[in-house]
Design a protein around this ligand. Structure first.
Ligand SMILES: Nc1nc2c(c(=O)[nH]1)N[C@H]1C(S)=C(S)[C@@H](COP(=O)(O)O)O[C@H]1N2
Ligand SMILES: [Mo]
Length: 337
């Protein structure tokens, strides 16, 4: 991993791309129907689809203070001309966050109503320092870092996102695991009043959303707890106010809006494994050699893309983070997918 110095970035207003227009099919169909000639008028009538830009939440004082002293060059892609940072608009309008619905646009449209302040995180299980901590108490003993990570969804699309946060290992060390702790289990908030995806009686997911890591995976320096992205407080659709980021694993491991971190003895049953254990495992390491039963994992679609520029690229073992390989030596990664 190459280390390079860079300055903090702020989200920029990106021009609407063709991909963006195709993505919002409802708007696209509406525009087509309403204008009739839309296809013949590129760049004019349909240049501004009605997306709400993300209004930056006011950063809490502790976040602003941590930002003053942040490390902005902690981990960056080896080649930033290949792994260009995904535009803010794509990273905040094409999301998976089933608590708000299953459409990629649901989180952007609905997550704004989630109350993220105050926020507490329960630390419990096999630890000598259990307790319910405010987000500020959880974060401020550490130094804030920016990490620019590739994010590879199991659905075979990917992005490159600059996160702000702290090493997960810091939080685990402070919790002081007992000798019995072997795994870390994470839980997302359950709040149906604010999370419409939790209101249906026909839920795919048995809430709360649960994820887990082996303790040595959780202690790896790349495992990260994010409270921000693009130089600012995390937008709700990206898992505010606290989400996990495990860049060598499929995106579903990177659980959002965390309210509980438990050190446990037994391997947790994560939500997607519970839904379909033949398709989604516990480990979920990015692996181009082990296909999903219904599609290939050999390549990925890097956002933003378009009909004219599909932007397909080869998927890399461990998503290119080969330094984690020793965590899995001797394991059959076909069996432990
Ligand atoms: N609580 C919760 N966390 C979640 C999800 C979810 O539905 N609920 N989706 C996961 C999936 S499948 C992916 S790809 C990433 C997407 O993160 P992003 O929307 O910030 O890019 O979040 C993950 N974390
Ligand atoms: Mo995903």
């Amino acid at each position: 991993m190459l280390i390079r110095s860079r300055r903090p970035q702020d989200p920029t207003e990106n021009d609407v791309t063709p991909e963006a227009m195709y993505r919002n099919r409802r708007w696209f169909m509406g525009a087509m129907g309403g204008l009739g000639l839309a296809a013949a008028l590129p760049g004019t009538a349909w240049a501004k689809p009605p997306w709400k830009d993300v209004t930056p939440a006011e950063a809490p004082a502790w976040f602003a203070a941590m930002k003053e002293n942040a490390a902005w060059d902690a981990v960056v892609p080896e080649d930033q001309s290949v792994d260009k940072t995904t535009p803010f608009k794509d990273a905040t309008s094409y999301n998976n966050f089933f608590e708000f619905g299953t459409d990629k646009s649901d989180p952007a449209n609905r997550a704004g109503q989630l109350t993220t302040e105050p926020w507490t995180v329960m630390i419990d299980g096999e630890v000598n320092n259990p307790g319910k901590l405010s987000l500020e108490a959880l974060m401020t003993p550490s130094r804030l870092e920016e990490r620019i990570y590739r994010l590879r969804c199991v659905e075979a699309w990917s992005m490159v996102i600059p996160w702000l946060g702290i090493p997960l290992a810091d939080v685990i060390r402070r919790a002081d695991p007992t000798g019995e702790a072997r795994y870390v289990r994470f839980e997302t908030l359950v709040r149906p009043e604010e999370m419409p995806g939790q209101q249906s009686r026909f839920n795919l997911i048995d809430w709360p959303y649960v994820e887990g890591l082996r303790l040595d995976e959780a202690m790896h320096p790349l495992a990260f707890l994010a409270v921000g992205n693009y130089g600012r407080v995390l937008p709700n659709q990206n898992g505010a106010p606290l989400r996990l980021v495990v860049p060598w694993k499929y995106g579903f491991k990177s659980i959002k809006s965390i309210v509980r971190i438990s050190l446990v003895r037994d391997q947790p049953l994560n939500s997607w494994q519970k839904i379909a254990s033949s398709e989604y495992g516990f480990y979920a390491n990015v692996n181009p050699n082990v296909d999903h039963p219904r599609w290939s994992q050999a390549t990925e679609r890097r956002l933003p893309n378009s009909l004219f520029n599909p932007n397909r690229m080869d998927t890399r073992m461990f998503n290119g983070y080969e330094e984690v390989a020793s965590l899995y030596s001797g394991m059959d990664l076909r069996k432990h997918f």
